[in-house]
Design a binder for this molecule. Structure first.
Ligand SMILES: Cc1cc2nc3c(=O)[nH]c(=O)nc-3n(C[C@H](O)[C@H](O)[C@H](O)COP(=O)(O)OP(=O)(O)OC[C@H]3O[C@@H](n4cnc5c(N)ncnc54)[C@H](O)[C@@H]3O)c2cc1C
Length: 462
């Protein structure tokens, strides 16, 4: 069976990016008709296949869609995130997106949602169970699949695993009934960190945990991501520290040293210099826990796992020790080609503010609704590359600072941003009163160091 439909916006993907885009578009273009298509049965994207103990890494206060709170401003009162804005669990995120879909999108009468549907291109999508095809004629196509987030349960490791190895994605950890001799975690990123913290929280001795990491990463201190008044010095002060550290740097290596010295970056082991940066965010309490695991193997990338031996790409080996091997090697961030956000009738939401894909999607929808002309639209939505290696950090920070400077010149955008939940920090900054001298001092430090920092980053890029 095949059906033809018409719409203004055909949105592919109902992950966080698609949801945040549509939410703002509905508010900004009151008569827009929207069709959303997704392979999954429910909105929420990769959170549908996440591990049971997954949570956000940054506060819920600025995650989700703009028009609806995800956290009610709650703070955690216990655990390793104590004192900080709460981190929604995967289940909470899914329930939240489902209620946004039902209570706002569908209730508006302007959104049609096609779940379990594979988008095939050229406006055509196919229902995964019935095989029914729908052809949508749309004024604009919005590709919200571009981030291409990879998660352990659906990812294929890039090493071989013999049949008799006890190997599992971290999703399966809570289902273990037959306790293994120990746990070998493969993967040094945030997923590996989550697996280890979960094991420790569940009273597994750190001596039973081995951590294989091909690279060490610079980490972001979660204290600096709190969009609350009482964290002004930590969050905005951290920005000032960062600008000053970059401005004063004499080389890229010196810049990373200074960023660590001023507290912008954390690292697991003070004796091992990180060579990557994926934007993983962590509390100091979590870091202390992780340091209890002493068996950290740094022999490069794994090539194969056999019943008794793990072989690395460089030929070095490590015994399996009868451990269960836990796959945390999926990198949430994949290489993805940067495209213009606005290109003819295609909109490709990408990150226009570092670490904030959902704010970015919402802001791109605002630009679509309020800015005329493709060049002007793209002018405001320069893509901020995703972090990866250390050079990517330089590119990301330079592009991010450039966007912030441009946005500051655009009054309607500035006014919109200040009122947005997903922009936790503009509100904090714009609310500073002249008599709040400590805060004014931080803002002055930022103003003085922003331009020298931008110039320094440019010089590192040349
Ligand atoms: C463990 C973890 C924690 C994170 N914590 C945070 C955090 O605290 N804060 C933060 O800002 N970010 C966080 N992130 C980053 C996170 O990836 C993004 O915030 C966001 O969820 C990405 O959403 P997305 O819509 O781009 O991608 P996805 O969630 O992957 O959604 C893309 C959607 O497109 C659909 N799709 C793809 N191709 C097709 C097709 N051909 N046909 C139909 N449908 C298709 C997929 O089914 C999917 O639903 C975290 C990521 C991970 C993995």
């Amino acid at each position: 069976m095949s059906e033809h439909i018409k719409t203004d916006y055909l949105v592919i993907g109902s992950g966080a990016v698609g949801m945040a885009f549509v939410d703002t578009l509905l508010d900004e273009i009151p008569d827009a008709d929207i069709v959303m298509v997704d392979r999954f049965a429910k909105p929420g994207g990769h959170w549908n296949s996440a591990y049971p103990f997954v949570t956000l890494h940054q506060p819920s206060a600025f995650y989700g869609v703009n028009s609806r709170e995800l956290s009610q401003g709650l703070r955690d009162e216990t655990g390793l995130n104590k004192g900080f804005g709460d981190l929604a669990t995967g289940a909470e995120i899914l329930a939240y997106f489902e209620s946004v879909l039902r209570q706002k999108f569908l209730t508006s009468g302007r959104v049609r949602f096609y779940p379990l549907s594979n988008y095939l291109g050229d406006g055509v999508f196919e229902h995964r169970l019935s095989g029914n095809k729908t052809t949508a004629t749309a004024k604009k196509i919005v590709d919200c699949t571009h981030l291409n987030t990879s998660v352990p349960s659906t990812h294929k490791p890039n090493f071989t695993i013999a049949d008799d190895v006890r190997f599992m994605p971290l999703n399966d950890l809570p289902d273990i009934t037959n306790a293994p001799k120990g746990y070998t975690i493969v993967g040094g990123g945030k997923t590996g960190i989550d697996a280890i913290l979960w094991l420790l929280e569940n009273n597994i001795s750190p001596k039973s945990i081995r951590w294989i990491k091909s690279r060490d990463a610079w980490l972001i201190n979660r204290k600096h991501t709190q969009p609350f008044e009482d964290f002004f010095e930590d969050s905005i002060g951290n920005q000032a520290n960062m600008f000053e550290a970059i401005a004063a740097a004499t080389s890229k290596a010196d810049m990373f040293d200074r960023l660590e010295a001023c507290g912008y970056f954390l690292r697991l082991d003070p004796t091992v210099r990180p060579t990557m940066f994926h934007g993983a965010t962590i509390s100091e309490a979590e870091l202390t826990e992780l340091r209890r695991v002493k068996d950290v193997v740094r022999k490069g990338r794994v090539a194969s796992i056999d019943s008794d031996v793990i072989t690395f790409v460089n030929g070095r080996t490590e015994p399996t020790l009868g451990h269960v091997i836990v796959d945390c090697s999926a990198s949430a961030i994949k290489d993805n080609v940067i495209k213009p956000v606005f290109d003819g009738n295609v909109i490709t939401p990408q990150t226009v503010r570092s670490y904030q894909p959902v704010f970015s999607a919402s802001m791109i929808a605002w630009v679509e609704a309020n800015v005329e002309g493709e060049a002007s639209k793209n002018g405001l939505t320069g893509v901020v590359p995703l972090p990866d290696d250390l050079d990517a950090f330089v590119r990301m920070t330079a592009a991010n600072m450039m966007n912030q400077a441009l946005w500051g010149q655009n009054k309607p955008l500035r006014t919109w941003m200040r009122a947005q939940r997903l922009d936790g920090f503009s509100k904090l900054v714009s609310g500073v009163k002249p008599e709040e001298t400590a805060k004014v001092d931080i803002l002055n430090r930022m103003k003085t160091s922003a331009m020298p920092a931008m110039m320094k980053l440019q010089s590192f890029l040349n």
